[in-house]
Design a protein around this ligand. Structure first.
Ligand code: MIC
Ligand code: SF4
Length: 641
């Protein structure tokens, strides 16, 4: 029986467990990446492990999220990460060099390798044929130290692409179609493997747009084959030597299959407030808009920007619209400057931002009150833009640019013929903003620069056998990490200071939660299905840890968040009968007895208010039980496990 591409790469990297669906496997990690908003914590954790030098083939630290320096905090974090990278053998991509996923694709990604990153959009690397997975900072720290990364052996979905996109229909529309069909829960426990004739018609950056936003499906990762298109991209990046052809066997067996006819797709938008709330642009009509933001790790490649510049050329942004553009990397921005496309954007009235995440994570450009914002990004969760009542629609760069000119939502297929945007034979290669680590023999001389906002990892607590506490919060379905630990320009600078950032935990749902939980000392949280979807930020587990949360009980969890809870020593538990969710309320007394036996048997009983008995599932592996008993992955790793 033939193998899928995912299986081939996983097989070549498995170091623990058996190659059996649904079981936990440990894989060797070749490359890691961090960004600054999760990086400071990840490097504090790496430091605490006491390993002098990273053991990966390549580890890169990027500065791209916290780039608004409204106070000393972010700048201090940048210096800290730069110095710790230098000391421990990590490449350092300085602020201004671009968004981690875009730069990694351009300069570091290698087909067939494994990559984990402390950012949920790490699967962007799947566009180059990598198994690239988003993870919590602690998992990345362990991988940098040479430890395995653990995932549940995923189901593999064959996504067969047939046909060819019509002019002005984009890769963004492909992934929006997948989201429309499968929903934000549709990829949980799965790898989306793209195959078929249609693959050849998509460039590497287009493939990367699709794998990037596979994160919104909840998928473990997404992957494309590595083929002649991949070779051409790597050659144009001056890295042809890392090319290897890779694809699934013709007789590979998949767990599920879907087919997408590229030629049948039209421009689409994900409507507020979920990436799977997808409608066609025609269906939405010529809606009034207030703002357009182009950029993010999903849509900021050179080809995306060239299409935008083409649409803007000789035009003016409509008076009712503010248009911002953030090219994804210094390479892209520099090439736009050289070929004149940047001048077209500036002349049209675009507000050109630095190559960074920017508005995507609420670092500036929050829309006006109740503003309608079209964004080429990947997430439109409530409040993420920084304006609570804003309405954010996710669209392709083509839709965004044309709408900015017209002042209302517009369908780019009305533009008629599309010029061919050919990839350059040679990208502009200038790695002067990537600092190399110090030689191993000089590492001792590197001083680590710490600012006063950088506080140590919170105190951890080993699992207790009997837990009596209260339910401090009850929330509904599809709670995102943006609900649990909001981002934005005001809160992100606190990422290195858990006591301070904890004061904002669940602020979107209930502003009183942090004070209440702290006062209770110990508590549990109750949630609905797909709890913790979205980002990889371990702060969504570390803040609850700091606030005394012992367990989170839900109908189901998103993958990375469940792992982050275990890594923080908090039990993710699920209702055996989803209806039992209704039997518990905020403020109820909770008892979890004989926890040690329960975690071993996979079943726990939760007593509510001394009478109601609710059955919970806790299907932990032995490794996870040991982590919980140790009080989390950090003490577990320090103890030499
Ligand atoms: C996001 O897009 O939500 C982020 C900000 O990149 C996060 C990481 C973080 O919260 O720092 C992610 O996707 O993991
Ligand atoms: Fe940055 Fe947005 Fe991409 Fe997250 S999704 S890495 S915030 S650009």
């Amino acid at each position: 029986m033939g193998l899928t591409l995912t299986e081939k790469i996983l097989k070549a990297h498995i170091v623990d467990g058996e190659f059996k669906k649904g079981t936990e496997i440990g894989i060797r990690i070749d490359q890691t990446l961090t960004q600054d908003a999760t990086g400071t914590m990840a490097y504090l954790e790496f430091e605490a492990m006491g390993i002098p030098r990273v053991k990966t083939e390549r580890s890169v630290a990027y500065i791209d999220h916290n780039t608004l320096q409204n106070g000393f905090e972010n700048a201090d974090d940048h210096r800290f990460i730069g110095s710790i990278a230098k000391k421990h053998g990590i490449y350092f991509s300085r602020p201004g060099n671009g968004i981690c996923h875009q730069v990694h694709l351009e300069r570091f990604g290698v087909p067939g390798k494994t990559l984990i990153g402390s950012d949920s959009h790490t699967p962007t690397g799947g566009g180059l044929g990598m198994i690239a997975i988003g993870a919590g900072g602690l998992d990345v720290a362990v991988a940098m130290g040479g430890g395995a990364y653990y995932i549940t052996y995923p189901k593999i979905v064959k996504v067969e692409l047939v046909g060819k996109l019509r002019p002005w229909v984009a890769a963004k529309d492909v992934i929006l179609e997948v989201l429309r069909r499968l929903s934000v829960k549709g990829g949980v426990g799965k790898v989306m493997e793209y195959v078929g004739e249609g693959v050849k018609t998509l460039s590497v950056p287009e493939r990367a747009t699709i794998t990037n936003m596979g994160a919104e499906l909840g998928a473990t990762t997404s992957i494309f084959p590595s083929d002649e298109t991949t070779r051409a991209f790597l050659k144009a990046q001056g890295r042809e030597e890392v090319y290897t052809p890779l694809s699934a066997d013709a007789d590979a067996v998949y767990d599920e299959e879907i087919t997408i006819d590229l030629s049948a797709l039209s421009p689409m938008a994900a409507c507020p407030h979920s990436p799977d709330n997808v409608k066609s642009i025609t269906e939405l009509g010529a809606m009034h808009i207030d703002q357009v933001c182009i950029g993010s790790c999903t849509n900021s490649s050179l080809a995306d920007m060239m299409k935008v510049a083409h649409i803007l050329r000789g035009k003016t942004v409509a008076p009712n619209v503010s248009l911002s553009i953030a090219p994804g990397s210094k390479q892209v921005l520099n090439m736009l400057a050289q070929n004149g496309a940047l001048a077209d954007m500036i002349a049209a009235g675009a507000r050109v931002l630095e190559s960074a995440c920017g508005p995507c994570i609420g670092m500036g450009q929050s829309p006006n009150s109740a503003g309608i914002s079209l964004r080429t990004f990947n997430r439109n969760f409530l409040g993420r833009s920084g304006t609570k009542d804003a309405q954010v629609y996710l669209v392709s760069p083509e839709v965004a640019a044309l709408s900015a000119i017209n002042g209302y939502l517009s369908d780019p297929t009305t533009l008629g013929d599309m010029p061919e945007f050919v990839m350059p034979e040679q990208f502009l290669i200038n790695d002067n903003m990537i600092e190399l680590p110090a030689d191993e023999c000089d590492a001792d001389k590197v001083e680590i620069l710490r600012g006063p906002n950088i506080k140590p990892f919170p105190e951890t607590h080993p699992l207790e056998d009997n837990i009596s506490c209260k339910c401090s919060l009850k929330v509904g379905d599809n709670i995102t990490t943006d609900h649990i630990m909001p981002a934005g320009a005001k809160i992100l600078p606190l990422r290195s200071n858990i006591p301070e950032i904890s004061k904002h935990c669940f602020a979107v749902c209930d502003e009183n939660f942090p004070a209440r939980a702290k006062e209770l000392g110990k508590s549990i949280i109750v949630g609905g299905s797909n709890y913790g979807q979205g980002s990889s930020r371990e702060h969504a587990a570390l803040a609850p840890l700091y606030l005394g949360v012992k367990a989170v009980v839900t109908k189901s969890f998103a993958r990375i968040h469940a792992a982050n809870l275990i890594n923080a020593g908090i039990m993710p538990l699920t209702f055996v009968n989803a209806d039992d969710y209704d039997k518990i309320a905020e403020g109820d007394d909770i008892c979890l007895d004989n926890v040690f036996d329960a975690v071993k048997n996979g079943k726990m009983v939760m007593t509510v208010n001394g009478k109601e008995k609710i059955e919970l599932a806790c299907a932990f592996t032995d490794r996870q039980i040991d982590i919980l008993k140790a009080g989390g992955l950090l003490p577990y790793t320090k103890a030499g496990k």
